[in-house]
Design a protein around this ligand. Structure first.
Ligand code: NAD
Length: 457
């Protein structure tokens, strides 16, 4: 069977890739088992050298790689370049800290008894990935896993398969052995095959529905399962922001960057009533000025949606919100054009009866709601089954901290949003996931501690 790769900006098929079969997966898994044993015995620095070389090759070829990413996902070219350059920070961070994080911990070293912790790799892990930021979410998993001494079977999303094959090509060119990293091609049915095989860990980035299914399916194996899932991330704009217009510009970027297809995109906005009208006016002016068009055009900020079916999800959210009393300030419809285009959409006077405030939109659409107190803002921000990020814009640090402390989310932001850094863990709570990537926590996800109790007599 072939996987058709479609350009979301035109609807044209770019190419077809041969899908892997169950038999391929079994053969590759056996080979990875052998490869992993040798790989894990190599010093951390040697494994790091391969990753650093990989980063250099990606940099050297970044323009061609950005074009591939843009063609298969519809991401505007400038944003594809940003993603590729930004993801490199993971490599710099790993180079600086991986040896320290993976070294043995000697806890008792006096007298006849010695105690230490040795961090051993998990073995061969399956990495089932998403399409929206394939460099960021891919690097978060497979680079850390490789440096920790694991072998990786990487299944890119069917919407980012060409990019996945490039990862494989450049990792092998950089010295990661063939039987240590393998990219396999297919849709969810191939992901399902991976769940049936005996991997030593499952590392998933994608939707809550698929993540829950994966956790349930592999539960009996009792191996580590890590889930980086969706969100419905709130942003509260307090009336004491220094500059309402600037707050609106920053909030709009947080909501509409990558066409709203970010796990940590701002998905709902609450605004203090005294600045509500001014904020809405500035927000609508900003979003209304976004350049929509061909993602290969340098000036484009909003390109097509990656998945055609998301147009129906967004249209339904708009209809539902209007039926329940929201006012449509901008957009609201698919754009009559080849490809999967949807108008950047702003709905105001929203409330929590509306799907747009409760269900992940994952597109260029935002709901805005007026609030009269911090207490009300906190209650609304917390009213979600998700727990990825939450943000507050305010000039008062103490006020912002007291709100952010209330949030049951893996990440909180003050005067910023839609941001990921390799220095701090990236994790979701509740329906947004399980476990952490990035930082020292992110590498510990790919090792298991072995406790040594050693007597010299
Ligand atoms: P998805 O769940 O549709 O697909 C993700 C991956 O799972 C794909 O590779 C797909 O082929 C595979 N898959 C589908 N069915 C499967 C099955 N039965 N068994 C095994 N694998 C299966 O998600 P998506 O559309 O690729 O990604 C969008 C979602 O990902 C959004 O909800 C977004 O918020 C989330 N996301 C989260 C993070 C994070 O770090 N928290 C980052 C990026 C994206």
């Amino acid at each position: 069977m072939n996987l058709k790769i479609t350009n979301p900006a035109t609807g044209n098929i770019i190419t077809e890739l041969l899908c892997n079969t169950k038999e391929d997966i079994q053969a590759k898994l056996n080979a990875l088992r052998t490869g992993q044993k040798a790989w894990s015995k190599r010093p951390v620095q040697e494994r790091l050298d391969c990753i650093v070389k990989f980063g250099e090759l990606i940099k050297e070829n970044s323009e061609a790689l950005a074009l591939i990413l843009t063609e298969e996902t519809g991401k505007p070219l400038q944003q594809s370049r940003n993603e590729i350059n930004g993801a490199h920070s993971r490599i710099d961070h790993l180079s600086q800290y991986a040896e320290q994080w993976l070294s043995n911990e000697i806890l008792v070293n006096v007298g006849a008894t010695h105690e230490k912790i040795v961090y051993e790799p998990l073995g061969v892990i399956a990495n089932i990935s998403a399409w929206n930021f394939p460099y960021n979410v891919g690097y978060n998993v497979f680079l850390y896993a490789l440096v920790a001494g694991n072998a990786v079977m990487y299944k890119p999303s069917e919407y980012a398969a060409l990019t996945g094959k490039q990862f494989e090509k450049y990792l092998h060119l950089a010295g990661v052995p063939e039987h240590v990293f393998q990219c396999v091609i297919g849709d969810g049915s191939l992901g399902q095959v991976l769940l049936e095989e005996d991997f030593d860990g499952y590392f998933f980035t994608g939707s809550y529905a698929t993540g829950k299914h994966i956790a349930q399916t592999v539960a009996h194996k009792l191996v580590p399962v890590q889930l980086e899932l969706g969100g419905k991330d709130p942003l509260f704009i307090a009336e004491d922001v220094l500059d309402v217009k600037q707050a609106a510009i920053n909030a709009a970027e947080g909501a509409f960057y990558n066409n709203g297809q970010s796990c940590c995109a701002v998905e709902r906005i609450y605004v203090s009533e005294s600045i509500y009208d001014a904020f809405v006016d500035a927000f609508v002016a900003e979003v209304g000025a976004y350049v929509i068009g061909d993602p290969k055009d340098e000036s484009t900020f909003i390109g097509p949606l990656t998945r055609l079916q998301q147009i129906d999800v967004l249209s339904k959210q708009v209809k539902d919100a209007i039926a329940k009393g929201a006012a449509l300030k901008l957009g609201g419809q698919p754009i009559e054009h080849d490809g999967n285009y949807f108008q950047p959409t702003v709905l105001v006077d929203c409330n929590h009866d509306m799907e747009v405030m409760m269900q992940e939109s994952f597109g260029p659409i935002i709901g805005i709601q007026k609030v009269t107190s911090d207490k009300e803002a906190i209650a609304l921000m917390k009213d979600t089954p998700y727990g990825l990020t939450a943000a507050v814009f305010s000039s008062n640090e103490q006020r912002a901290m007291s709100i952010l402390q209330e949030m049951n989310t893996g990440t909180v932001y003050w005067n910023c949003c839609d941001r990921v850094s390799p220095n701090v863990p990236w994790s979701g709570r509740k329906n947004s996931g399980l476990g952490s990537t990035l930082s020292s926590q992110g590498i510990r996800a790919f090792v298991q501690p072995k406790a040594y109790h050693l007597r010299t007599i």
